[in-house]
Design a protein around this ligand. Structure first.
Ligand SMILES: Cc1ncc(COP(=O)(O)O)c(C=O)c1O
Length: 397
């Protein structure tokens, strides 16, 4: 039987990370590949109590269909916190609950991108989003990512040259994969440039509350006076990713289009977990919970830095991120991160090659991404010892 699939799906490759993760099913392999939070950060006990009460007293509501925009108490508590704590959202905005931030990107792409429209992305960027934009057959244009965010000169040149640019996609705080933060000055510049060329911005911000050092930088959305920024947030990294709860805060007109898009996609986000999260957020102190997560990850980041210092011996440089879940390592420009990962995989330690995050995924990259939230302290130490050996072998070739 020959299956005649669409071009949209035929041209999509499986995420390189998902493929790498198959290798890490082997319990003897140390994985620095996944972007998963640590299970010890999940408020499982509190959730179990709320779930028991929900089944006992509100099963009818929780197991019923819900509305597409989301469960109102969760929308309200989310919008209120964003507005009061981070100045995100205005009277012209609305908020929709989505099935993870990933669906926020998908619905935005569905609402804005016709085939061959241009979406500008940081290069490197998050694979899940790049693949989402590819699935709409958009043209992805990558802008080099500097230590303080996108190269604004290249961005402006690109906007002068490219026709039909609809969206600029950025992860300004603790970027995936690099962990970098866009400076305040570049955030302002980005808004100005987007205004000049009349392009919308997607601000994808799932990591910004996981800050372990340095100063808070305001969101781009909080500086937007025109309704140009679509803000995508997520409960994945501050509650749990398995509950699949994210949100989009954007102008009402945009949210109503996303709502229509979602109706034909999954009708609404899982109501049981929306109700559960709403109750958790009302009953417990989310900020205190996030503070605990920060303490855990700060210690893991520091452990990874120490282990890299001890084992890398100048063969790979690395950036110490102020937050997020990743460290970004770089070999000499003439070397290939993918080759290093192949070799380290054979030795029992698996990071992700930087080339997986490139807009043009046929290019090579001397970079490698390491996750520090999921491995244990022992795995970080042992894994970096093995990485050091792989580096020695690879750079001696
Ligand atoms: C930058 C970025 N955006 C969005 C997501 C999607 O997260 P979720 O769909 O779990 O909210 C991720 C997940 O790793 C991410 O790294």
């Amino acid at each position: 039987m020959t299956y005649n699939f669409s071009r949209r799906i035929n041209e999509l490759k499986p995420s390189a990370i998902r493929e790498i993760l198959k290798v890490t099913q082997d319990p003897t392999v140390i994985s620095f590949a996944a972007g998963n939070p640590s299970v010890e950060t999940f408020p499982a006990k509190e959730m179990a109590e709320i779930a028991a009460d929900m089944f006992a007293n509100r099963a009818g509501d929780a197991l019923q269909y819900g509305v597409t925009e989301g469960y109102n108490p969760l929308r309200d508590v989310t919008a209120k916190r964003l507005r009061e704590k981070y100045n995100v959202g205005t009277d012209n905005d609305d908020l929709i609950i989505v099935t993870g931030g990933q669906q926020g990107m998908d619905l935005t792409a569905k609402a804005f991108l016709n085939e061959d429209d241009v979406i500008i992305c940081e290069n490197p960027s998050f694979i899940g989003s790049l693949n989402c934009f590819r699935s709409y057959k958009a043209k992805l244009v990558g802008i080099p990512l500097e230590f303080d965010g996108m190269d604004m000169n290249v961005l402006e040149e690109t906007l002068k040259q490219e026709k039909n640019v609809k969206l600029i996609y950025v992860i300004p705080t603790f970027q995936n994969p690099t962990g970098r933060v866009m400076s305040l000055e570049k955030r302002r510049q980005l808004l100005e440039i987007a205004k000049k060329y009349d392009v919308m911005i997607i601000e994808d911000n799932p990591y910004f509350e996981l800050r372990y050092s340095g100063e808070y930088v305001p969101t781009i959305k909080s500086m937007d006076t025109e309704g140009r920024v679509i803000y995508v947030g997520s409960y994945s990294k501050i509650l749990s990713p398995g509950i699949r709860l994210g949100f989009v805060c954007a102008p009402k007109e945009v949210i109503s289009k996303l709502t229509v898009g979602k109706q034909v996609s999954d009708v609404h986000t899982n109501l049981f977990f929306q109700m559960l999260a709403a109750e958790f957020l009302t009953k417990y102190d989310l900020d205190a919970h996030i503070e605990k997560i920060r303490d855990i990850y700060r210690a893991k980041r520091d452990a990874m830095v120490k282990a890299m210092d001890a084992n890398f011996g100048g063969m790979m440089t690395y950036e110490i991120p102020d937050g997020g879940l990743f460290m970004w390592g770089k070999l000499d420009d003439s070397l290939d991160g993918a080759e290093l990962c192949k070799l380290s995989g054979k030795m029992g330690v698996v990071p992700v090659p930087g080339s997986s995050f490139l807009v043009n995924d046929k290019e090579t990259s001397p970079c490698v991404r390491f996750n520090f939230s999921l491995p244990t302290f022992e795995q970080i130490d042992r894994g970096m010892e093995l990485m050091g050996q792989a580096l020695k072998e690879y750079t001696a070739k």
